[in-house]
Design a binder for this molecule. Structure first.
Ligand SMILES: C[S@@+](CC[C@H](N)C(=O)[O-])C[C@H]1O[C@@H](n2cnc3c(N)ncnc32)[C@H](O)[C@@H]1O
Length: 279
C-alpha cells in the first residue's frame, strides 16, 4: 500500500507542478496579485469565512493541508489568524504562494512535501486544520490523511473541510448530455488521466498522468471519525465551488448537493491528563 501510495503521490506531484505556469497565465492570478496588494484582502467566500470565524479564526494558529498557491491561507491570515502554515508538495505552486504572501506583506509559512509525511515538529501546534476545494480526490489514503490532520491539531482543535461534493464526480460537464451520470458513485479504482489541470484557463497541454479518487462522503466521514476527530457539523450546499464548468449543475429543479463543509474536533485532554501534565 505504502509503495503504491508513494508512486501515486509522486505522479500527482509532477502533474501539479506542471500545471502551475498555466494557472499563473490566467486572470485569476492577476486578480490575486491585485487583491493581495490591498490590506485585508480575502478570496474566501461567505460560507468558508463564516465557518472559520465560528471556529475562532481570530488569533488562531491555522494549518492548510494541500494549500496550492496559498491564496486561501493568506486570506485566513488577513482575516485575523495569528499564525498560518501551508503544506503542499508542488514546489512551483509554493513559489507562487510565497510571492502572494510577499505582496500581501504577510508572514505565512509554506512547507514543501508530501502531506502524508509532514514532519512531527508540526504536531499539536494548530487550532484549525483546513482543506478546501479539490483535495480529498488526490489522496490515495484517507485514513493516513486524517491521522496527519489529527496529529497536527492541538487538543480541542478543529478540522474544517470545505470541499466539492463527491456526487459531482459522477458527472462529466463536457459530455453530450452533461446531466446524465457518467461515473458510478461507488467507483473503487481511481480515475487515471492525463488531462489538463488548467481549470482556470481550460488550456490543453501534455499533462503528466495523475490519479483522482472518488471518495464517498460516507468514507470521508468514517475515516475522519476513526482518526479520533469528533464530528460536529456536516452541511451540504447547492452551490458549486469546483471549476466554473460545473456551474451548469446549479439551480436545477431537482438539485443535488455540489459542495459541503465538514467540521470535526480533536478531543480535549481528559481532566486527569490535564492535571497530570500540569504537575
Ligand atoms: C486542487 S489543488 C487545491 C486548490 C486550493 N484549495 C485552491 O482552491 O486554491 C490540490 C492541491 O493538492 C496538492 N496535493 C495533492 N496531493 C498531495 C500530497 N500527497 N501532498 C501534498 N500536497 C498534495 C497539490 O499539489 C495541489 O496543490
Amino acid at each position: 500500500m505504502a509503495r503504491d501510495r508513494d508512486a501515486i503521490v509522486a505522479a500527482n506531484r509532477k502533474a501539479w507542478d506542471a500545471a502551475a505556469d498555466h494557472h499563473r497565465a490566467h486572470d485569476q492570478w492577476r486578480d490575486l496579485v491585485e487583491g493581495f496588494a490591498r490590506p485585508d484582502y480575502s478570496c474566501l467566500d461567505a460560507v468558508l469565512t463564516g465557518h472559520l470565524r465560528d471556529l475562532g479564526l481570530a488569533g488562531a494558529a491555522v494549518a492548510q493541508l494541500c494549500c496550492n498557491n496559498g491564496r486561501e491561507l493568506i486570506s485566513a491570515r488577513n482575516l485575523g489568524a495569528a499564525e498560518a502554515v501551508g503544506f503542499d508538495q508542488a514546489p512551483a505552486f509554493l513559489a507562487q504562494a510565497r510571492e502572494l504572501n510577499a505582496i500581501a506583506g504577510q508572514d505565512c509559512r509554506f512547507v514543501e512535501g508530501d502531506v502524508f509525511a509532514i514532519p512531527a515538529e508540526h504536531n499539536g501546534r494548530f487550532d484549525i486544520a483546513l482543506v478546501t476545494i479539490g483535495v480529498f480526490g488526490w489522496l490515495p489514503d484517507l485514513a493516513g490523511f486524517f491521522a496527519v490532520a489529527a496529529r497536527l491539531l492541538k487538543p480541542g482543535g478543529a478540522f474544517l473541510a470545505y470541499e466539492e461534493h463527491p456526487i459531482l464526480n459522477m458527472f462529466e460537464p463536457a459530455q453530450e448530455d452533461p446531466q446524465k451520470p457518467a461515473n458510478a458513485y461507488f467507483k473503487a479504482e481511481p480515475f487515471v488521466e492525463a488531462v489538463s489541470l488548467d481549470y482556470y484557463g481550460n488550456r490543453d497541454y501534455d499533462a503528466p498522468p495523475h490519479y483522482w479518487y472518488l471518495h464517498r462522503l460516507g468514507d470521508i466521514i468514517t475515516r475522519c471519525v476513526e482518526a479520533g476527530l469528533r464530528l460536529e457539523r456536516l452541511e451540504e450546499y447547492p452551490h458549486n465551488i469546483n471549476a466554473a464548468e460545473f456551474d451548469i449543475y446549479e439551480d436545477q429543479p431537482a438539485q443535488f448537493p455540489l459542495s459541503y463543509a465538514l467540521i470535526a474536533r480533536k478531543r480535549s485532554l481528559p481532566v486527569t491528563a490535564v492535571q497530570r501534565s500540569a504537575r
